[in-house]
Design a protein around this ligand. Sequence first.
Ligand code: SF4
Ligand code: SF4
Length: 197
Amino acid sequence: MKEWSEKLNIPLPECNKCGCCCLCASPSVPHNKLLENAANGEDFARDFFSIFVPYKNIEEAKKLYPEIIERSLKALSKTGSDTNEPVFYKCSYHSKEKGCLIYEDRPELCRDFPGLPQVIVGKQCAFYDWTIECRKKYKELKSELEVLKKMKKELDNIKYQQKAISNNYLLKRIPPEYKFLVLCPSLSLVSPVNSHY
Ligand code: SF4
Ligand code: SF4
């Protein structure tokens, strides 16, 4: 997250502790795969299940965070990578009155949220504008890169053409009896001594 901010020169905001990411989490990894990862000892998955529990169904989560759920479902339908119904989670350590009950000991995944600008965050999240600005700048830089790539290709073509013109010019200056050395360069490797045999 810090890296994105530095590379794109967009300052990182401070978390406003709205609790939205604590009560409406939807990791990009599908539920079953996440369980498998946790069983295999993967750090993220283990940390995740140490604090998060799934909502009974999408409707339950949707009542609380309709906007995030809508946007997440829309994003998922675009990728079409997982056919199972997506699962949304809430943290067992979030209190409506006191916020995070284990704030000083919260896992790394909480400290690093949202991590990437591609992550869907609620409008109440302090990082909402940050994700939009980062995505916009990334898109702009990507299209600038495409233009530069195109320009480089054109420049290479010009260089190639100039080289061809210059070779043609040199070729014209070579006496006709030696031209075969240029046209068949491998023959020029034949030693004049050997060539007498
Ligand atoms: S949703 Fe954003 S602002 Fe709210 S607690 Fe999470 S990181 Fe902080
Ligand atoms: S541990 Fe704290 S910061 Fe992390 S999700 Fe739970 S309530 Fe939020």
